[in-house]
Design a binder for this molecule. Structure first.
Ligand code: 5GP
Length: 177
């Protein structure tokens, strides 16, 4: 991968420690339950795979893909389901696993959509939150880090489908290609 102009915001060690902490919180809240973890593709894949291995509970996983960003770094406000769940979540304890909450448009749409399928409970776990950018009211039940209004890549997050495999979370300083 060509070297991109980036600056590390969160190191892989800091992220790992936080993911383990989050798994501990969820473990306490979901004892004797088998939650369904719904991973929002593609950005939350790395987070899900780390998080679920720290979570000492029986879990099931499923995936949804939505698009709100297109090819740009500003939110368009348009949310489309590109891939839907394979399993029913009726009467299930559901946790949405999201990489980052920015304007909140994606999650507020997803929350309403999933609530209409009658889960027993629905919570949101987001690794990252950019509270300054919020356009609609949606707060994560569990959150890893509040970060400033910068465009970040790595640890699953992309720019034009690149940089997802950077192990640290980095601020993208140049949006060349
Ligand atoms: P929202 O609907 O909350 O504005 O946007 C949520 C989605 O936008 C995230 O799931 C993520 O895909 C994308 N997004 C928001 N901020 C960033 C960012 O800083 N970097 C990257 N790579 N994606 C972002």
């Amino acid at each position: 991968m060509p070297a991109a102009k980036t600056r590390i915001l969160l190191t892989r060690e800091e992220i790992t420690q936080k993911v383990e902490e989050l798994a501990g919180q969820v473990f306490k809240d979901y004892q004797h339950k088998t939650p369904v973890l719904i991973c929002i593709l593609k950005g939350a894949v790395v987070f899900l795979s780390d998080f679920m291995r720290y979570l000492q509970l029986p879990v099931q996983i499923d995936f949804m893909a939505v698009s709100s960003y297109g090819q740009s770094t500003t939110t368009t406000g348009v949310v489309r389901i590109l891939k839907d769940l394979e399993m029913s979540i009726e009467n299930r304890d559901v946790i949405i696993i999201e990489d980052i909450i920015d304007t909140g448009l994606t999650l507020s749409y997803l929350r309403e959509n999933l609530l209409s399928r009658n889960p027993r409970s629905l919570k949101i776990l987001a690794l990252l939150d950019k509270p300054d950018r919020r356009k609609v009211k949606v707060e994560p039940d569990y959150c890893g880090f509040s970060i400033p209004d910068e465009f970040v890549v790595g640890y699953g997050l992309d720019f034009n489908e690149k940089y997802r495999n950077l192990p640290d979370l980095c601020i993208l300083l140049e949006f060349g290609s």
